[in-house]
Design a protein around this ligand. Sequence first.
Ligand code: ACO
Ligand code: OAA
Length: 375
Amino acid sequence: MPEKANNGAGLRGQSAGSTALCTVGKSGSGLTYRGYDIHDLAEHARFEEVAYLLLKGKLPNRQELDAYVAELKSLRGLPDALKVVLEQIPADAHPMDVMRTGASMLGNLETEESFAEQQDQSDRMLAAFPSIINYWYRYSHDGVRIETETDDDSIGGHFLHLLHGKPASELHARVMNVSLILYAEHEFNASTFTARVCASTLSDIHSCVTGAIGSLRGPLHGGANEAAMAMIEDWQSPDEAEREILGMLERKEKIMGFGHAIYRESDPRNAIIKQWSRKLSEDVGDNRLYPVSERVEQVMWREKKLFCNADFFHASAYYFMGIPTKLFTPIFVCSRLTGWCAHVFEQRANNRIIRPSADYTGPDKQPWLPIEQRD
Ligand SMILES: CC(=O)SCCNC(=O)CCNC(=O)[C@H](O)C(C)(C)COP(=O)(O)OP(=O)(O)OC[C@H]1O[C@@H](n2cnc3c(N)ncnc32)[C@H](O)[C@@H]1OP(=O)(O)O
Ligand SMILES: O=C([O-])CC(=O)C(=O)O
């Protein structure tokens, strides 16, 4: 009986619906967004182009892309009431909790009154989320009220500009662009599924996104990039990293940034972000963190045949760009928002409330026990 109860744990291997947005792990390790290979997108596209593809259904032509970028730029300002709320959140709050509150408060101030607004509401969140997290971060950590309306051409450049108070270098803006593309969409992962379940009740889009942020926060999902950084940051050499990893495996601890629910051979996003992490390590003259990360990758494959997922080399890449560890997962939010919203649209377009069954494992029917007779 216990075996039966465990059957299908985590809904693994079961189809929970259909999507035209993304394939994950088709023939081993592939990843496509609406049929476009992740390698092509990471090499040639702008994140805003990928957002357009996911949210509006096709790659934009030049005119459409220019108009979309200009529109997103115009939506970066935050309402005063939202700034007031962000200013109340303490500096030691987790930034993912700030994102969750920010998304929810925006939904109070700019409520989605009908599904006809879904595209506009998604664009607004896409433009405003980097402003929300950086407004809070700079206020709570540096005591400054930043101007969130910058003229940066890209969302990634805008994020770094707000964080560091100066425009990003070309290299950093490029890596942010690639990172946002890699994180944008991934089929029925836990946070996207959360968004779809919420959408299936015909709820509003801010509720779908707020719930998804909560699911992404955990270390088994998006929170793994922060957890990976916390693990590797103190290791001084590849040999020390190897000793520590072997100890963790011996103690049967989870190694964050490794393994995947769907991919069996590799995560195609890893090779891409790893290459950019190496470029950044050369740029900053690092001779510790990148070699440490590479050794961890080698040991995990040698010992367990476990490969790096998208999160592992994101840790070092973000670190080399001077991004504080606790902002890693909020960047994931700024990207995955596109996938979440596209899935909400898809769910709404062909909806049936998501309500699976459960295998009951509790006691048989019991007679009512008056309170005086209980142990
Ligand atoms: C962007 C993303 O969200 S990617 C995922 C980010 N999450 C992480 O990096 C957290 C670490 N990884 C994990 O916890 C898991 O690999 C998950 C959550 C991603 C997938 O979980 P599952 O689908 O249950 O993993 P899977 O069935 O492949 O596990 C097989 C075995 O490998 C082990 N394993 C899987 N990943 C790891 C890991 N990172 N470290 C150590 N052992 C692991 C499992 O414990 C399991 O062992 P068991 O059979 O003895 O219980
Ligand atoms: O697909 C998953 O389960 C997790 C993942 O890699 C993602 O959401 O990017």
